[in-house]
Ligand binder design. Sequence first.
Ligand code: AMP
Length: 364
Amino acid sequence: MKDSGVASALPPGSTIGIIGGGQLGRMAAIAAARLGYRTHVYCPETDSPASHVAATTTVADYNDLDQLTAFAKSVDVVTFEFENIPVASVLHLSQSVAVRPSARVLEIAQDRSNEKRFFNGLGIGTAPWRDVLSADDLKTAVAALGRPSVLKTARMGYDGKGQIKIEADTDLDQAWADLNTDKAVLEGFVTFTGELSVIIARGLNGDSRCFDPVWNVHTRHILDTSTVPAPITPAQERSAIDIATRAAQALDLVGLLAVEMFLDQSGALLVNEMAPRPHNSGHWTIDACVTDQFEQFVRAVCGLPLGDPARHCDAVMTNLIGDDIERWRDILNKPNAKLHLYGKTEAREGRKMGHVTEVKPRSP
Ligand code: AMP
């Protein structure tokens, strides 16, 4: 084992293994390169966004133990840029190389039921919810939580995929059949006044730093804009940061954690979900913070001191989804706008092709 997880920093020149080849891995690899690290990406897709900027890429299945072994031997630490990796593969890697965050964090974060149980266990509120393993469970859960409510697959759901809204006239047998899963949760519908997220970094020595809470607007279940400062009260801001801090500590996190929350009509925060990696709602930090989320991620994973997450600008980040990418020339002509493209060739509907961050001087 190369690293027992003791608080020793990996020096620049070391190689960071990144599982997953999407835009989060791409931007993490760019940040790693800025600090003098090499990156080795592992993902099943060819021509992935991260592979364009990483020093090395292995294209292989997440279950391929031989390839995972070879990957572990070629890197100094392993992290991941998305959470739907088999836990067994991460445990396999953990036998020969430090994996940060740990397999336990992944196990909680990749299952909505585990995730909600985890937050509720810390006394942190979520929407009311029930485990659903069958159509009968769904009927019992709907009787308890009422309509509307939201049925979600426990695993592998993202951007609204794997979700069915249970309306007044929804047939529950049909909804269960349509979801096509063996494990789900039913959530009570939250009539929220807004959605927030907080991204926290936690280092090997337990030190943690939070970025400013962000105000997120979703369109058709996909993040559309993230705005800072968020239009919330100082007490709500403290509460959002406190939730993220307690979660990161309880997970013994090394890396980054994004916590998404609803602001309900009473002004209380309810956690929706978390992701133990850089997050779309943190892209604004590249252009508006002293240390951005990707550099902070690299620092945490490599055991370096965390950087200053202070925000020096106000910012609005807008995702460029599908055909939105055709606006790239206009965006380049806009003052105060920073364009970030992910190198994806095919602009499919709903696909995140890039983002733009508009900055303006920091409000007092
Ligand atoms: P998720 O995949 O859980 O992040 O859900 C995607 C989006 O669907 C959220 O950002 C919300 O806008 C909406 N949503 C999810 N769950 C609920 C809920 N229980 N009540 C109301 N809206 C929800």
